[in-house]
Design a protein around this ligand. Structure first.
Ligand code: ADP
Ligand code: MG
Length: 367
């Protein structure tokens, strides 16, 4: 049991909120995540504190650098369209990542935040990172989060703008983008790098793509110490192996674990929710991405808001066919879990899961 220290030191609510606000606005890696976890921990026993935490999280972190498109952002010489976008995170968007991916990303952030310590040891921070994995697992989000945690603007290389430019212009455009990123303290993000970096022996679009990869390779080789280049790809197998080798750190984003899915459900519902309900939703979405879960939860919340019904019920209603593919025993257990914890009637649960009320009662007694 945790002691109730708050009673002993009688921290005023105003001070608590102030402290929370400071941490919510801090760019320290993990600050937002810890606050989120705290909010969930306090939800049941200390809703007042949980609410204060959620409020401060809503205000979100502040940018530590002035935002806005820089004046000299490179443009395509023909179309005059910008070749990069400068982007900042909207508050509250925090990737939910399994430790295997989170830890190395946090280390890269820390290396850049505490660059001087590395310098004293004669080392440079990680310069190039490749994020690879299926669509919708949070690669783009992670790149934004890294830049924000480091406190630098994120320059996104707009590959469609670059690729649309006239033949022969593309290489020059890529060079211009890298030059710009080198001049300005920033994180350069090459999203969906496979668009440019298809295997050079891919016969379809040989000439131009081949030249592009060569330019990209040169630019990465000349990437200055102390700067950070992040790339993402959904198709690492399409990447030229020569490109692959250039990256200091390569991270495979797996599909989310059940814990991550449960954490995602809690975040996306943005309301106190029993652990059993979160676990059940996670089980239903096993093998899916957080992107998919987020979309479904938001739709369920909209449906529920319009009809004045329960959002969890709306979500389960939308995906109730997933219960069909569950082994019978799992289904019985999930239904019993739901009836105990989710605040839904046995009739509703029975309709959603296709498990009879008798069976639900049987499993409820058994657990
Ligand atoms: N790991 C994650 N944590 C939190 N939200 C996520 C995560 N993965 C995906 N999402 C949600 O789905 C959206 C799309 O994810 P995105 O980062 O674009 O995926 P990717 O770049 O891997 O295709 C995100 O903006 C976010 O709202
Ligand atoms: Mg992406």
């Amino acid at each position: 049991m945790t002691k109730n220290y708050a009673d002993q030191i009688s921290l005023s609510r105003a001070d608590l909120v102030h402290l929370l606000g400071l941490s919510a606005r801090s760019a320290a890696p993990g600050a937002q995540t810890s606050l989120r976890r705290m909010a969930r921990r306090y939800r049941d026993n200390n809703p007042d504190v949980a609410k204060a935490i959620v409020e401060t999280l809503r205000e979100g972190p502040t940018r530590s650098v002035a935002s806005g498109q820089s004046l000299d952002a490179p443009l395509d010489s023909e179309s005059k369209l910008p070749l990069i976008r400068e982007e900042s995170l909207t508050p509250q968007q925090q990737p939910i990542l399994d430790a295997g991916v989170r830890a190395p990303l946090e280390q890269v952030i820390e290396e850049h935040v505490n660059g001087s310590r590395l310098l004293e040891a004669g080392l440079a921070p990680t310069g190039t990172v490749l994020l690879s994995g299926p669509p919708g697992v949070g690669k783009t989000l992670a790149a934004h989060w890294m830049a924000q945690s480091i406190g630098l603007p994120l320059f996104v290389l707009d590959l469609s703008a670059v690729m649309n430019s006239l033949l022969g212009q593309t290489g020059a455009n890529i060079k211009r983008v890298f030059d710009h990123a080198r001049r300005t303290p920033s994180v350069l993000f090459l999203d969906e790098i496979d668009a440019v970096a298809k295997k050079r022996d891919d016969n379809a679009e040989v000439g131009e793509l081949k030249r592009l990869v060569t330019v990209l390779l040169q630019e990465i080789d000349n990437w200055p110490e102390g700067s950070l280049l992040v790339s993402a790809t959904n198709h690492s197998q399409l990447l030229d192996p020569a490109l692959w080798r250039r990256f200091d750190v390569i991270l495979e984003f797996p599909l989310p674990s059940l814990d991550s899915l449960a954490e995602g459900a809690a975040t996306f519902f943005d309301a106190p929710m029993p652990q059993a309900t979160l676990r059940m939703i996670a089980k239903l979405y096993e093998g899916e991405t957080l992107s998919r879960l987020e979309r479904d939860v938001l739709r369920a919340r909209r449906t529920a808001a319009l009809r004045g019904t329960d959002p969890v019920q709306a979500l389960l209603g939308a995906v109730h066919d997933r219960f069909d593919s569950m082994p019978v025993r799992d289904r019985g257990r999930v239904a019993a879990d739901l009836s105990k914890h989710a605040g839904l009637s046995q009739r509703v649960i029975s309709e959603l899961t296709g498990v009879s009320r008798d069976t639900i009662r049987k499993y409820s007694r058994a657990t």
